[in-house]
Design a protein around this ligand. Structure first.
Ligand SMILES: *Cc1c(COP(=O)(O)O)cnc(C)c1O
Length: 390
């Protein structure tokens, strides 16, 4: 058969990414050539090499999350929200007891919406979209309702980029014997996590965030005893964590077609994380990206949403300038043709846009990005950078 040897470039981008734009977004994100190349292989779902790969990934994720023998890792097909719904549907109480959701953005809201859709009792403690949940707020909520048995929190709230004080919050919840569940989707792999030391019972993340794999699956890391107790609890067949785990335990296979290419890519991504020096070194690189970006954007006149000490290294939110010549769609498209894809804002009240500082990018890429922003602003003739008043 006659196949083309490669896919022709669809784009002319900047150095290092000449055939496609850099994704300055929080996932999907820019992956390495090694991760992309790993996908040039077909594996069958029963292939012993593939089964070993899945086992290796599950072990490595447990190690990275600081787990001991009492934890399990269950991979779920689909994007991050699939694992969130799988975890909530399998673990959140259905009656008498309640789940407390600590929300400060879109992702906390989403967990609460899932609980509502599944008819699971919940209380939402809402902090808007640019402030972290507080220790005293959590204490008051827990002490005023004895029926709360589970607490759901978000590590980095990708809506604003804020990093929540999950160690302190988990300590308060654990001190009152609650089950602590963490959405570490956009943080795991970049921010350190020690599930045993921090008393985190359940953690959810996905393939296409800070481990720098491609989209295709998500995973739940949790206490084995919770998983065992989840038998028969899920509202769903495909999202039944217990059954998914049983499938993986019995013969190492997925119950339904596995995302084989995403799995191979992820194994390569884990090896590259290790080669980079692990989570601490990755965090340091992302932090350099974030600092460089904030410095350059401030120098141009932009206002970051968060104070520097609240803004994590994952994604940065900037308030939209009030200059009527600043049109986000034009700005977005002009940056994209220069090789950089950015992200619209999702704040409920203030117009904003976001720039991811994760993935296969470094300070040099951030500097090239900043130069592209300067060019685009000159072309657009934007002069008034004070944020739009609300
Ligand atoms: C990306 C993300 C999710 C999952 O989103 P999907 O679009 O389903 O992958 C959940 N929570 C947070 C904090 C995220 O950043």
């Amino acid at each position: 058969m006659n196949h083309p040897a490669h896919v022709p470039p669809r784009f002319k981008g900047p150095p290092g990414q000449v055939d496609m734009p850099y994704l300055m977004t929080p996932g999907p994100l820019t992956t390495s050539r090694g991760v992309k190349s790993a996908m040039l292989a077909d594996y069958g779902s029963r292939d012993s090499e593939f089964i070993q790969m899945v086992a290796e990934i599950r072990r490595e994720l447990l190690r990275l999350a600081g787990c001991d023998e009492s934890y399990e890792c269950v991979i779920v097909q689909g994007s991050g929200t699939f694992a969130i719904e799988a975890a909530l549907g399998s673990l959140a109480p259905a009656k008498r007891k309640k789940t407390l959701v600590l929300a400060n953005g879109q992702y906390g809201d989403r967990a609460a919406n899932i609980l509502t859709a599944l008819n699971r009792p919940l209380i939402k403690l809402d902090r808007g979209d640019s402030q972290s949940p507080t220790i005293s707020g959590l204490e008051t909520a827990l002490d005023s309702d004895a029926d709360i048995s589970h607490v759901w929190m978000v590590h980095c709230e990708t809506t604003s980029g804020i990093v929540n004080p999950i160690e302190e919050l988990a300590k308060i919840a654990k001190g009152r014997n609650k089950i602590v569940m963490l959405d570490s989707m956009s943080a795991f792999g970049a921010l350190p996590l020690d599930m045993v030391a921090d008393g985190i019972d359940v953690m959810v993340s996905s393939s296409n965030k800070c481990i720098e794999g491609v989209p295709g699956f998500s995973y739940v890391i949790l206490k084995r005893e919770l998983l065992e107790a989840a038998e028969g609890k899920s509202h769903s067949v495909v999202l039944d964590l217990f059954q998914q785990w049983k499938g993986l335990q019995n013969n190492g296979q997925f119950r339904f077609t596995p995302p084989t290419h995403a799995i191979v890519a992820f194994r390569q991504a884990l090896r590259e994380l290790d080669a980079e020096g692990g989570i601490a070194m990755r965090r340091a690189r992302y932090q350099r990206n974030a600092s460089e970006l904030i410095t350059r954007m401030r120098a141009m006149g932009f206002t970051p949403l968060l104070k520097d000490e609240d803004a994590g290294p994952i994604i940065q939110t900037f308030l939209t300038p009030r200059d009527p010549k600043f049109d986000f769609e034009v700005f977005y498209e002009a940056l994209r043709v220069r090789g950089f894809a950015i992200y619209p804002g999702k704040l409920t009240k203030r117009p904003s846009f976001r720039i991811g500082t994760i993935g296969q990018i470094d300070e040099q890429v951030v500097r090239a990005f900043a130069r592209a922003v300067e060019e685009v602003l000159t072309d657009m003739d934007v002069r008034e950078f004070a944020p739009i008043e609300i």
